[in-house]
Design a protein around this ligand. Sequence first.
Ligand SMILES: Nc1ncnc2c1ncn2[C@@H]1O[C@H](COP(=O)(O)OP(=O)(O)OP(=O)(O)O)[C@@H](O)[C@H]1O
Length: 243
Amino acid sequence: MGGCRVKHKDRLAFVTRGLTKSYGEGRSTVHALRGVDLDIPEGEIVVMLGASGSGKSTLLNILGGLDRPTSGTARFRDIDMGCLSDEGLTKFRRMHVGFVFQFYNLMPSLTALENVELVTEIAENPMPAQRALELVGLTHRLDHFPSQLSGGEQQRVAIARAIAKQPDVLFCDEPTGALDSATGRAVLEVLDQVNAELNATVLMVTHAANIAGMAHRVIRLVDGQIGRVEVNKTRLPPAEIEW
Ligand SMILES: Nc1ncnc2c1ncn2[C@@H]1O[C@H](COP(=O)(O)OP(=O)(O)OP(=O)(O)O)[C@@H](O)[C@H]1O
């Protein structure tokens, strides 16, 4: 019998079970994650919402291999992330994930192209830096320094840098947090396009509930636990998101 092949959309990028993360000890312990069970399918745009302190960044950092849980398991495809050494986690990040943060973290003394080349020079299977900048609509700004670019353009360079290594997953922590609405929308359009064209799973943490409209899946964190997971049957294109 055929039909045993898993459809791309049905494959899971991440699976977590009983994930906890505590900071500190004794009476000052903060329980940032308190038992997170999550399945994140490949190729989706997933938006993570929750009040300040609900654990969004903590979860993102663990899934991105920047931090380790206190207990529980996290799996990326068939890799049990808990089995990876520090070196293994670095390799995981290098091979599979790209990060975009609220503040762009560009090197001020390097041009847009050189900022992206920092990544393409060490990645295993990069696209040309110029192509990454073309994908985010910045072909005309290759030789500009960050100080010569608008906030939205700087964020697009940061996205180009993150996608240049052709990551399987793009982690975005408040990617539009420092941007006005029109610029923020343009950045979301780029993320939408990266998801569609590169087939990258996009995991986005945000305070802005309106952004959830463009997601395939919306995860709400409440006090370090999953409050609710919603699957959007109809997604809004970023251009139609209300701010
Ligand atoms: N390195 C740390 N040391 C101690 N406590 C921490 C640390 N990082 C996070 N926390 C605490 O863990 C909890 C969850 O933090 P986290 O940053 O994951 O929340 P968040 O939902 O991303 O918040 P925000 O929306 O404000 O960024 C908070 O109470 C925070 O103070």
